[in-house]
Design a protein around this ligand. Structure first.
Ligand code: FE2
Length: 290
């Protein structure tokens, strides 16, 4: 009698443990799917930049801003990424660094593939991030030569005039990451009459006070990866390089003095392999005189 009871308890216990094992597996699968979605489902953020200095020929001008791809490839060959960018119908594409990763998954071929693809959508302008500056000089020079041969403009510490169809123009400055901490930008802007609209491509956003001091109008940055993990509902990032815990400049549009900075959460990951509540971001800024 007693042994029958023991064996019934044993069967019940085994059934219960199987039930819990299945529940645990389902929870794990759901978590993995959620993580995959967090890191692969692209989001598009659109901003309107209003400034009376926007020339008439640039009214409604659309700039797609991409950053920090870190050798990630969306889909088989970036199809979802390219489709969403093309759907935004950009007049200009700006690429603010860290497209080649310098940690454990450096892959020039993946970055080459992306550069070839992006230049076919709209005129594209690329500045280097902190990752590209860590790579061997010779390899980077070869990569940059290839990038330029695909039609992407590598903007290295220079000011380029972008012209509209009606002859209006704006000035696009690109600083390589190496030059962000120097007085190069200040020197460049000191020679300007400040009648034009000045756009700056600079990988690191935490130097905003330095950029604002020079009088540039609109800055595009990345680098902070949205704070890597974000706290949902309150929308706060946890950590960013060079800004530490609970950083301020990890996404969004911010204004300091007369300078506006747009910070992209970026598209990929570096040594830390995933992001949470922080989907890969395509940014699109429309210019208007207001
Ligand atoms: Fe990065």
């Amino acid at each position: 009698m007693e042994s029958t009871k023991v064996s019934q308890d044993c069967v019940r216990g085994t059934k219960r443990s199987w039930k819990w094992r299945i529940i645990r597996i389902i929870i794990l699968v759901l978590l993995l799917l959620f993580l995959y979605w967090n890191n692969n489902a692209l989001s598009v953020t659109q901003y309107l930049y209003q400034n009376p200095e926007v020339p008439q020929g640039f009214e409604g001008y659309r700039i797609v801003h991409l950053s920090d791809l870190h050798n990630k490839v969306f889909g088989g060959e970036n199809e979802p990424l390219l489709e969403q960018i093309a759907a935004l119908d950009p007049d200009l594409i700006v690429l603010t660094g860290d497209f080649v990763d310098a940690s454990n998954h450096t892959n020039y071929d993946k970055a080459r593939l992306f550069m070839q693809q992006i230049s076919k959508i709209a005129p594209s302008y690329y500045v280097l991030g902190n990752h590209e500056q860590l790579l061997p000089e010779e390899e980077m020079q070869q990569f940059l030569a290839d990038v330029v041969s695909y039609g992407v403009h590598h903007v290295q510490d220079e000011m380029i005039t972008i012209s509209a169809e009606n002859g209006d123009s704006l000035q696009l400055i690109g600083l390589s990451n190496r030059s962000l901490y120097t007085t190069k930008l200040k020197t460049m802007m000191a020679e300007e009459s400040k009648e034009a609209l000045y756009l700056l491509l600079a990988h690191e956003p935490q130097l905003i006070d330095h950029y604002a001091e020079t009088g540039v109008d609109l800055v595009f940055s990345g680098h902070a990866h949205g704070g890597q993990f974000r706290i949902p509902f309150v929308n706060i990032g946890i950590y960013a390089p060079d800004q530490g815990l609970f950083p301020n400049l990890v996404e969004g549009m911010h204004t300091v003095q007369n300078t506006t900075i747009v910070v992209s959460r970026g598209l990929g990951n570096s040594a830390f392999p995933f992001r949470l509540f922080n989907r890969p971001e395509i940014v699109c800024v429309t210019l208007s005189a207001g």
